[in-house]
Design a protein around this ligand. Structure first.
Ligand code: NI
Length: 239
């Protein structure tokens, strides 16, 4: 059930049987010339909504902006600084905790969010409170990794990956009608990290990072969605 499509009275009743809230988080950032700027929140939102349906749990609206400073050289990308991102999560969590939510399950679609989100949780857990927070970076799930390794191998890459692009091809077929798919050559480069926006454009001029999204298909996306939803659902049930 989507939190945004319920009423406060529904949530009050829900809290009597469950104190769990699923929170999808992503980013609004370029994903190379052939994939969507919303990729990271589109994937996280879809997985979160299906997990919520599976388990009868409430799903918060996705946080569609993330920590993506290195993408700012590409038009359309948006980013919150780590310090801002930490505060946003702390303030959202504190509000929900004050109402009785205790268990928070983040479903994350963007690597840049991992570090500041972990910082936010560390700050939250500085005081003794009963809240429990778990984070699923869906592309790190063992079943997803195994599938991507088998079907995409070294061409999956680190950004605008075959896996995430496939998932959006499955959920957003209309958007992809406007985009011509093409194959890319992969040219490994070693560099320091993190990168500034200017450095990002020097090392990864078209925005991909070692990926060939030309291998992506909606069918792979459907399979990856199912694997992610099943694995996350099983893990939540075992908590
Ligand atoms: Ni992404």
């Amino acid at each position: 059930m989507e939190l945004a499509k319920t009423t406060w009275t529904y949530v009050e009743e829900y809290l009597k049987r469950s104190q769990t809230l699923i929170i999808p988080i992503g980013s609004t950032e370029q994903h190379g010339p052939t994939a969507l700027i919303g990729t990271d929140y589109i994937t996280a939102t879809k997985i979160a909504q299906e997990v919520g349906e599976n388990l009868g749990l409430l799903v918060a609206p996705s946080l569609n902006y993330g920590m993506a400073n290195h993408h700012l050289g590409f038009p359309g990308s948006a980013s919150l600084n780590p310090s801002t991102y930490i505060k946003v999560h702390l303030e959202l969590l504190e509000g929900w905790i004050s109402q009785g939510f205790k268990n928070f399950v983040y479903i994350n679609g963007h690597g840049g969010n991992i570090m500041p989100l972990n910082c936010a949780i560390s700050e939250l857990k500085r005081s003794d409170n009963e809240s429990k927070v778990s984070i699923f970076n869906w592309w790190h799930l063992p079943s997803v990794r195994e599938y991507e390794e088998k079907h995409f191998g070294d061409e999956n890459g680190h950004h605008a990956t075959c896996g995430e692009v496939s998932l959006t091809m499955f959920t957003e077929p209309e958007a992809f009608k406007q985009i011509e798919s093409k194959s890319f050559k992969i040219e490994p480069k070693s560099h320091h990290w993190p990168l500034s926006p200017k450095e990002m454009k020097i090392y990864h001029p078209d925005g991909r990072m070692l990926s060939n999204p030309g291998l992506s298909t909606a069918k792979h996306g459907e399979n990856l969605l199912e694997l992610s939803v099943n694995e996350i659902s099983e893990k939540i049930k075992s908590f």
